[in-house]
Design a protein around this ligand. Structure first.
Ligand code: PMP
Length: 358
């Protein structure tokens, strides 16, 4: 049987593992930070109408520049941003891949502060970028001084910050973004995939965009919008950054169907984002219930919670799965991550936790 090793693949990809969160068929799915709520029926109808209107023209290529969608996304973001400040792709994974293709790649470096989103180093690998894995403090915090010290030491071409950070859940002190912008020579990507779930008073990085042409704020419709299957991510930045990614984006990368569906979803955002408060409630319920049980739990500004389970997190993960609850082993020794779902999913998780961890 032929294996990967028999093929003439790139030397720098040999031995690497693909992204692989398990997709299992169990009753309670709380492992990939999806929004547990299905798309509301009235929005389903609006999206269906928008997609239907495109079908006859599928003989033609879609708008390469996705202008109508980017205009709606800019209106959602506010902060005086316009179409020229916003770029969209098939998920923020593709957005970030395009950014690495543009600003990193062979002979260049990207730096991130782990534990953080596992795709950042994988996207670096895929684009031939050397990854520099700096570390957060043992309590998962990141101070401006520690961040700047790593940047001065490595002088990366691209810096990834993640706020709220996956998998730890906590938002960054905005002073870190400020300090990193001042210290870095290269581009600074702030991955704000979960920003809509942050606790009141948590600032985002959009306000820092004016006067910072090397800052990029990455967002997604996969989480708060509950649109993970629609595959739509986007970034906000100086218009020059949008011009720059045109050099690497595939022509017509966003299908007419994706553009129409995503645009209808953004137009009806109020209905979709209405789930955010309920999810935050369940998130806070998980944090307080696990803490009452004496477990160590990271503060969360996201739709997930990281909690300590003792040395063998793999065995504990399996015990949850045996009870029909799929959560995530992010490869962080002693910790597991659970997505905040509906009230009944959260109850199922907490009941399982009570049995397993008490
Ligand atoms: N950034 C972070 C921090 C994430 O956790 C995820 C999804 N798990 C993404 C980006 C990518 O999501 P998508 O490609 O669906 O936008």
């Amino acid at each position: 049987m032929t294996t990967i090793d028999d093929l003439p693949i790139r030397d720098d990809l040999r031995g690497k593992s693909p992204y692989g969160a398990p997709q299992l068929n169990v009753p309670v799915l709380l492992n990939t930070n999806e929004n547990s709520y299905q798309v509301r029926e009235d929005v389903v109808e609006e999206i269906a109408k928008a997609v239907q209107a495109e079908l006859r023209d599928l003989n033609r290529y879609p708008d390469r520049d996705a202008i109508a969608l980017r205009t709606e996304l800019a209106a959602y973001l506010g902060h005086g941003l316009t179409t020229a400040n916003v770029w969209a792709a098939n998920g923020s994974n593709e957005v970030q891949q395009q950014l690495l293709q543009t600003f990193a790649g062979p002979g260049r470096t990207a730096l991130g502060f782990g534990p953080s989103y596992s795709m950042h180093p994988l996207l670096a690998a895929g684009t031939g970028t050397e990854w520099i894995g700096a570390l957060r403090d043992p309590d998962f915090g990141l101070s401006p001084e520690a961040a700047v010290a790593e940047i001065e030491r490595h002088d990366p071409d691209v810096v990834f910050l993640c706020s709220p950070n996956n998998p730890t859940g906590t938002a960054l002190d905005p002073a870190v973004v400020d300090a990193v912008l001042a210290a870095a020579r290269g581009m600074v990507v702030v991955d704000e995939a979960y920003i809509e779930f942050s606790r009141p008073g948590t600032p985002n990085a959009l306000a820092l965009l004016p006067g910072h042409p090397r800052l990029i704020v990455s967002r997604t419709m996969s989480k708060a919008f509950g649109f993970a299957g629609g595959r739509l991510g986007y970034f906000a930045a100086d218009p020059a950054v949008v011009d720059a990614v045109q050099l690497v984006r595939l022509p017509y990368h966003l299908s007419a169907i994706t553009q129409a569906a995503a645009r209808a979803a953004v137009v009806h955002r109020e209905a979709l984002l209405a789930t955010v408060e309920a999810i935050k409630e369940q998130r806070d319920r998980i944090v307080s219930t696990l803490r009452e049980r004496g477990l160590k739990v990271a503060d969360s500004d996201a739709n997930f919670v990281l909690f300590a389970v003792g040395d063998d997190q793999k065995a504990v993960w399996q015990q949850f799965l045996d009870r029909g609850v799929l959560i995530r082993d992010v490869g962080l020794k002693g910790w597991l991550r659970v997505t905040a779902g509906t009230e009944s999913e959260t109850t199922a998780f907490l009941n399982a936790a009570e049995e397993i961890l008490s």
